[in-house]
Design a protein around this ligand. Structure first.
Ligand code: FES
Length: 82
């Protein structure tokens, strides 16, 4: 089995698509995380809070990396209109 792709670490036009095992994930809202779109705690001291996601089974997740989705933390295709 191959390693999952690393998170992009920056805002980009297009999602971060990755297979995720069951567990808790935190989606970065401050867009400063070195692991963006996943939270690394950099938001501490700002007004931003991550979006918590609990997965009860393994799924392929398309995490929004443009910040424009109307269904955060998931990509809804809105990046195509940027
Ligand atoms: S990356 Fe697709 S809507 Fe943001």
């Amino acid at each position: 089995m191959s390693e999952p792709p690393p998170p992009p670490g920056r805002v980009q036009q297009g999602p971060y698509v990755v297979r995720c095992g069951p567990g808790r994930y935190a989606y970065c809202r401050c867009q400063r995380s070195a692991r963006f779109p996943l939270c690394d705690g950099t938001h501490r001291g700002t007004e931003f809070q991550p979006i918590k996601v609990d997965l009860d089974r393994e799924l392929t997740v398309a995490w929004c990396c443009c910040g424009k989705s109307r269904n955060l933390p998931y990509c809804d295709g809105s990046h195509a209109g940027i």
